[in-house]
Ligand binder design. Sequence first.
Ligand code: CUA
Length: 343
Amino acid sequence: MSRPLLMSRPPRRGRVLGIALALLAALAPALALAQDPGSIFDPAAPQARSVASFFILVLVLAALVFLIVEGLVVYVLLRFRGRAGDPDPPPNYGNRRIEIIWTTIPVILLAIIFVLMWPVMGAAENAPADAYTIDVVGHQFWWEFRYPQPNAIVANELHIPVGEKIRLQLQSADVIHSFWIPRLNGKMDLIPGQVNEWVLQADAPGEYVGQCAELCGIQHAWMLLRVFAEPRAQFDAWVAQQAQPATAPTNATAQRGAQLFIAQACGNCHAVRGTANPGGVAPDLTHVGSRTTLAAGAITNTPANLQRWLHNPQDIKPGANMPTFKLSDDDVNALATYLEGLK
Ligand code: CUA
């Protein structure tokens, strides 16, 4: 008769609360970041406003159709309800007039939606011929942004001048991804072997969070991106700075980190422009120290988080392409010091 373990169990509600608290604690590092991509109903660009209005229009039309059809169903159910003992009604082999009506109405509705959608799509994907153009490459599970003039390559954090229509040329290095910043525009796919164009514009300076919107593998959910909209002068200064080669490490720890970076062959995947690290496969780290996040938004960019990442990336993003190198604490510290210094 001794069941102490079972007897000492907290009541069911307490257990649920305990599990919820444990989950929240596990999520705490992520929650500390601005991760909320916002809502399409809180648009911050003309393109997003037209997508939101169009969505509401379609929603209202669909709601009207739903109410009319379901209302008729309920009416017929109540009005023509059979009783026990009633004879079976004669079979009905169709009514041409009714069938033409209920085919024509949806065709007209869809035609109206199509015509109204045309300009929304046009505004979302067509930038003026002289618009500033940025190449976007989707990778499992991060974003590469290539600025042509001047030539800068960055990862996961896109800076744009505020109020201007920017042309994005979207491509993929592996599988299909989808570029989505809910407050700025709709979604556009990045498809291997194809270039899709998309417009990016922000009304006001600020940070806009986005999310890959096409299931692309195990870390799809941590394929975040963020847009920083800045006044033109600030943007020009930022892009000019990002185009510069990496600064040389100044202290002994960072210098040892730079040597380790080459010795561990980090540079075979990660470019550090201005050094013997060609990279090209993984995020460009030339100015990694200037970013706000690491691992495509999975963690904030702090020395402690970078060390955690270098110790075991698979702990933070299981399935990411960066392997675990089993580095010593000393080596991790040197590498983190070097990389955080790449402003
Ligand atoms: Cu990339 Cu989902």
